[in-house]
Design a protein around this ligand. Sequence first.
Ligand code: SF4
Ligand code: SF4
Length: 345
Amino acid sequence: MEENAQLYITDRGFKALVKGLLKERRVYGTVRKDGFPAFKEISGAEEIELIQTPTHLSAKEFLFPQREVLLKFDIKDNTHEAVVEARDQAIIGLHPCDIRAIGLMDMVFSYGAEDVNYLARRGRTILIGSDCVPDRYCFCKSLGNTEVDSGFDIFLHRLKAGFIVRTGSKAGADLIRKFAGPRRPPPGALKELEESGRKRENSFTATLEALPEALPGIYAGSDESPVWERIGGICYGCGSCNNVCPTCYCFDVKDEVRANLDEGERVRTWDGCTLDDFAKVSGGHDFRKTRAARLRHRFNRKFRYLSGRFDSLFCVGCGRCSRACLVRINIAEVTNELIRESYKK
Ligand code: SF4
Ligand code: SF4
């Protein structure tokens, strides 16, 4: 079976694929949790629902856990042991923006000194994508992320009955062949796929008013914009936007010593640049004291600072940060304000 070839599987074939995966590995998939779409570990194929609207939290915690032990040490014996926890797993129901975000995380954690914990987990993870429909926060279309042609093992396109399947790796092709009973698409299936794609492309309401390649320059000219003071004045500094973002990867590392003062663990946890003490260093100096400065930093990380190092914007347009923000700071709207200001200069 050729990688990226378009094949067809039935609904029963999809269930058989999930069952097959469950025999081999831990499986996370999209479900309805308290009525909202969410990723969750599943134990049966019937639990999974390929939900087309975005999940509130991304799937990053399955590759980069919110809390993980990196090292165990024994002070008395003066010994330590690295901890790398990774097992075979699959994530089902990733949308194109999620797959694109994992590709960015792969670059980050491979840059310079490789992050062995992330890469060990990533190397044992099968990524299975599925189609989405945008809600009012999604602006991935403006960043060219409505479709992906790589970065996944399997991609499923929902039809009224069954799926068109693309495979993006040998591992994905082998799984489809082994479990799902692939066949040639039936008459009309590819036309149905084309029509649903067209409908989706026309259903975006949130858009950016500039091309992606113009955004680093627009942000570079916006350091003094009054926008930062305005949104900094209403921001709670809660860090929700960092937590839900599939491309926010900052973390803190602390040594936790047990009460016996003999043993301990080195633990890393997610950190967030919008939190009050994120930029505080020894001596109490804080080089981003205000919420305005912290938000300016976060937005610049997404659209400017990292583009030189990785040749890519670091926002995939998933809209999660806007969806999660209690004071309705909307990253697409803020960016459009900066774009409009840049036109006046
Ligand atoms: S910055 Fe916001 S819209 Fe962009 S990838 Fe992160 S959560 Fe999604
Ligand atoms: S979610 Fe909203 S209020 Fe909370 S830190 Fe982010 S921008 Fe500020």
